[in-house]
Write a protein that binds this ligand. Structure first.
Ligand SMILES: [Zn+2]
Length: 580
């Protein structure tokens, strides 16, 4: 048996956001050993250069004498050739960035993201990795996504990738345990305040998890699962791991119905990743290169389809109303229709370019790229609707996902784009596979007009038209209105306004925070207004001809649905059409 790679984590200086990690390189690996700290973490496709947070790094031999440790590239080090081990490499990390992909350590809690924390030994990645993490102070508890080891306070990964896939949380934190399909689950709340109703969270999560198990159909492929949840003032997100997930939500999520619904959708999303991504893996991501970007064309399936089901499962689970679901689909559709970048970048490109575009945003983002989450979800919806139109009694896209799961889950080579298209063809025919290929290989939107009739729905106008169109996205702050984006070929763009300009006045009257919609509503489409903006130090006045207002829409049941439509709707949502 090869000696495992061992780590010891020291949290005694957590008050100052400092973590010390001691890595013991086994004797047989020490000769010229290369030690690497990843630059990114799976699930978040951008180079984060975690090495930025290394305060110092040293190496010592068994006698405590220092061993030279030479930098080798920007995120790796080498022991000298001929080094006799074992050698302990110790580093100190600064950990004060609270996101699901970065370390955050303070007196309250310690969230450790393994990619940002544990340097690996390049020639020892297949060996077990043992983490010794004693809580500090002693009365705090450690939650690990890894199984416990035989010694106290240890946690054992099968190999390097398993360790990278298993976050840690430490603290004196509220938590609730529950079972799903006989498998122990735990939800840990690491935010300050928020007063989450842990029993309600356990109950809702159980129902969502049951809906996910029913979707894939082969039981639950884990023996334990843990949600580590941090909170902040606003914003959120999640990061999937092999046997759990890290979630971030606004702290007051449970005092607000819409935020609670978003939390439920986030739970569904990360839980679905337990199948889609973690075990049904795009080919490129089966062998991640932790020193460089690992590109895949398949995030429209990995994230887009997951995003589609993260809004559908809460309905099937009965924790979302049908109305919320249909309005959320509508919102996504209207958002995509107003996104110029969706007509410039295909979904496959968006996936390939995630590393340089999705996570790197500026005032041109809306014009330059589409969103493989929201756009991918709507392509999934179109495919689902077309499949249900063909076979109202069938399982729609569920059957495609299940077929992919059965054919490719756990396989070392993962799945390819061809595998996905073949599964679509098997469920819905070659024409549907061709349509799917076109939807993701070209910068085009799905067609979601008539096709909603497959499940007994139709689009209707909703409310009065909005204000005349200016074609901007605004970000309001204490100074007023910043144009976060000026949408390509829309009125402000044509008038010469550019992203990043600050809006000062329209027709000589200042426009303050919250006032823009009312100012626009006082005009008619076709009116030309003088838009005053500041651009850096300059003050500009630009004539802009306002466009036709956008008309809101809503999904409603058709009058007198056919039996096929009722059936298809029921198979789709698990609810009846009359309940909408
Ligand atoms: Zn995701």
């Amino acid at each position: 048996m090869a000696e495992p790679i061992r780590y010891r984590v020291d949290l005694t200086d957590r008050l100052h956001h400092l973590v010390r990690v001691a890595l013991t390189v086994p004797g047989d690996l020490c000769d010229g050993a290369r030690v690497v700290l990843p630059v990114w973490t799976p699930g978040s496709y951008v180079v984060r250069d975690y090495v930025h947070h290394v305060q110092w790094i040293t190496a010592t031999d068994g006698d405590g004498d220092e061993v030279a440790l030479e930098p080798d590239g920007r995120t790796a080090w080498r022991l000298p050739t001929g080094t006799v081990g074992p050698v302990t490499v110790t580093l100190e990390l600064y950990a004060n960035q609270l996101t699901v992909r970065t370390n955050h350590v303070d007196d309250h809690h310690a969230l450790l993201i393994p990619a940002a924390t544990f340097p690996y030994v390049e020639d020892g990645t297949d060996r077990p990795h043992v983490v010794h993490l004693p809580p500090h102070p002693a009365e705090h508890r450690v939650w690990s996504l890894l199984p416990p080891g035989p010694e106290p306070d240890t946690h054992v990964a099968d190999h390097r990738d398993h360790l990278v896939d298993s976050a840690f949380e430490v603290g004196d934190l509220p938590a609730v345990g529950f079972e799903v399909a006989g498998v122990p689950h735990e939800f840990v709340w690491a935010a300050h305040g928020g007063a989450p109703d842990l029993q309600a969270i356990a109950a809702d999560t159980t129902r969502i998890a049951d809906a996910a198990i029913a979707l894939f159909g082969d039981g639950l492929p884990v023996t334990r699962y843990t949600f580590l949840t941090v909170g902040w003032d606003q914003g959120g997100g999640g990061l999937e791991h092999r046997d759990g997930a890290v979630l971030q939500v606004p702290v007051h999520s449970f005092q607000d119905d819409d935020l609670t619904a978003r939390f439920q959708s986030l739970v569904a999303h990360e839980y679905l990743h337990l199948w889609n991504v973690k075990r049904l893996v795009p080919a490129a991501l089966t062998t991640p290169d932790y020193e460089h970007p690992t590109h895949t064309p398949s995030l429209w399936v990995a994230e887009g389809w997951t995003a589609y089901y993260d809004e559908l499962l809460p309905v099937r689970a009965g924790v979302w109303s049908l109305r919320r679901h249909l309005d959320t689909l509508r919102d996504g559709w209207q958002r995509l229709q107003g996104l110029p970048g969706a007509r410039l970048q295909s979904l496959r490109q968006a996936s390939q370019e995630a590393w340089v575009k999705h996570y790197v945003r500026d005032e041109n983002t809306a014009n330059a790229m589409t969103d493989y989450y929201g756009h991918g979800a709507l392509v999934a919806w179109e495919l689902d609707l077309r499949l249900r139109a063909q076979q109202p009694e069938g399982d729609g896209l569920d059957a495609v996902l299940r077929a992919l799961w059965r054919a490719h889950a756990g396989r070392p080579e993962g799945y390819t784009e061809d595998d996905v298209l073949a599964a679509i063809a098997a469920a819905g025919g070659d024409d549907l596979a061709r349509l799917a290929d076109e939807r993701v290989s070209r910068p085009q939107l799905p067609e979601l007009g008539e096709v909603v009739g497959a499940v007994g729905l139709r689009w209707v106008r909703d409310g009065a038209p909005e204000a005349p169109d200016l074609g901007v996205q605004v970000a309001e702050d204490d100074q007023g209105i910043r144009l976060a984006a000026v949408l390509r070929d829309r009125p402000a763009w044509r008038g010469g306004v550019t992203g990043g300009d600050r809006l000062v006045a329209i027709d000589g009257r200042t426009v303050g925070r919250g006032q823009l919609p009312a100012v626009l509503r006082a005009h008619q489409p076709g009116d030309t207004v003088e838009v005053a903006v500041t651009r850096g130090p300059r003050l500009l006045s630009l004539p802009v001809t306002l466009g036709v207002p956008r008309q809101g829409v809503r999904l409603v049941p058709v009058g007198g649905p056919t039996a096929a439509q009722r059936t298809a709707y029921q198979r789709w949502t698990g609810q009846t059409l009359e309940e909408v």
